[in-house]
Ligand binder design. Structure first.
Ligand SMILES: Cc1cc2nc3c(=O)[nH]c(=O)nc-3n(C[C@H](O)[C@H](O)[C@H](O)COP(=O)(O)OP(=O)(O)OC[C@H]3O[C@@H](n4cnc5c(N)ncnc54)[C@H](O)[C@@H]3O)c2cc1C
Length: 406
């Protein structure tokens, strides 16, 4: 991606703003939050996110009328890079900002956009994603949660699982079966459901890391307004697939810089331990560096392709959905980063040696490397598991026959 003088000036402004604002009461938030660490400084991170929003640093690519700043793709990449470089804390509203927002821009009604996008941009309303169920994960079309009409309201009944941040969310975008007796993708609808009502129960699930950032969510006759369906009733499968394409694509833009910081930090640790002269570990560290370079080159090419596709789609209204970089490329990217990042956690344990097996604080207080290693198990599962990505590559890039569907 070619950066212009305007882009460089934009980078300078972002860097300067972050340097001036990640100070005072926000200074200690550097590095807090993010995957595996969502429990950290929640109230303070919310305040920081609202501070970002007030200065126009959320939802950069959205139209200004909905609280965005009409930023180009290059500017969005720059912002994510600078944010990660500054050590900015994990964003609390990312499910609304990165998944639901672009979906509403592409498929929502004007009323839905007007109602929901500004509060996401201002970080006044937080969202969670209610897709997975105990019997529907990789095979998402098997969703069994139902929604039936009762006058002007939908009544939702069923169970979701692995619902990240449901315990802090105000709203949930829910995939539910609205056509009784339907099977697979047909008969599903994409509903917007308020979380704060008695018929919604959220039960946290404790993870390997000792913390609970995802949940079981039970809808026992929960209600939402009739008009809060994204797309047509019965067209939820198509809309959900668009959300998933966004999840696998451009939403991972800032990662490279964070990964670079993690690798640099591990090399620094290695240089102060016996690992620095161990030929096997030195080789593995070098391979991690090469892996990151490959990932970076691939990500840059993918972003350039997405920018070209968005330019071609300009004026067709397909911009936000186009940012999903759907198809085999997004799957290759997911595979590259998930395996690399999980491998980095494993390598960290090797570099640290036997002490890595002991939690130093009581009773289960993990250090950053132990948390990286344990949470890394999730990298190859969420956002579509590695096996599913390989199936997509086999079918879309290699043209192999479609795998038999259940
Ligand atoms: C940290 C984390 C956060 C998450 N957050 C959310 C969230 O906010 N909202 C939400 O809706 N979901 C969320 N999920 C759920 C996630 O999307 C699912 O875990 C994922 O889609 C896999 O589904 P599953 O867990 O049911 O596993 P399954 O689909 O049961 O898969 C089990 C194993 O079988 C393999 N497998 C399945 N099908 C095939 C096939 N056809 N070919 C080859 N192998 C196959 C899988 O790769 C996997 O290894 C989260 C998951 C994690 C780990």
């Amino acid at each position: 991606m070619q950066l212009t003088a305007d882009d460089e000036e934009f980078r300078h402004r972002v860097r300067q703003w972050l340097a001036e604002n990640l100070t005072g009461r926000f200074a200690e938030l550097r590095g807090a939050g993010g995957p595996g660490r969502e429990h950290e400084a929640q109230a303070e991170r919310l305040a920081w996110n609202r501070h970002l929003a007030a200065a126009g640093w959320t939802c950069l690519g959205w139209p200004a009328e909905y609280g965005g700043r009409d930023a180009t793709l290059a500017q969005q990449v720059i912002f994510h890079e600078e944010y990660a470089r500054s050590g900015g804390p994990g964003r609390v509203g990312y499910l609304g900002e990165e998944l639901l927002g672009p979906t509403l821009i592409a498929f929502g009604t004007p009323e839905q956009r007007q109602r929901f996008l500004p509060p996401i941009a201002a970080v006044r309303e937080l969202w969670c994603q209610g897709f997975s169920e105990p019997g529907a994960g990789s095979d998402l079309a098997a969703v069994a949660t139902t929604a039936t009409l009762d006058g002007d309201q939908w009544v939702i009944t069923g169970q979701k699982v692995w619902t990240s941040l449901a315990h802090v969310a105000d709203w949930c975008f829910v995939l539910a079966r609205t056509l009784p007796g339907s099977r697979r993708g047909g008969g599903l609808s994409y509903l917007l459901v308020p979380m704060r009502q008695p018929a919604v129960t959220v039960r946290p699930i404790r993870q390997l890391t000792g913390t609970a950032e995802f949940n079981e969510v039970f809808f026992d006759g929960a209600r939402t307004e009739r008009g809060l369906v994204v797309g047509a009733v019965g067209d939820g499968w198509r809309i959900a697939r668009a959300t998933l394409a966004i999840e696998r694509g451009v939403a991972t833009l800032g990662q490279q810089v964070m990964f670079r910081r993690e690798l640099d930090s591990l090399v620094d640790v290695a240089s102060r331990t016996p690992a620095r002269t161990d030929p096997v570990l030195r080789g593995k560290l070098a391979r991690a560096w090469i892996g990151l370079e490959v990932m970076r080159a691939y990500a840059q090419a993918m972003v350039a392709d997405t920018a070209a596709a968005d330019t071609a789609a300009a004026g067709t209204g397909a911009g936000a959905a186009g940012a999903g970089a759907a198809g085999a490329e997004a799957s290759v990217m997911k595979l590259l980063w998930s395996r690399w990042h999980q491998g980095l956690g494993e390598l960290a344990m090797e570099v640290l040696g036997a002490p890595s097996m002991i939690a130093r604080g009581a009773p289960y207080d993990l250090d950053d490397w132990q948390r990286l290693y344990l949470f890394g198990r999730a990298d190859t599962i969420y956002g579509g598991s590695d096996e599913i990505q390989r199936n997509i590559i086999a079918e879309r890039a290699l043209g192999l026959p479609r795998q038999a569907r259940p």
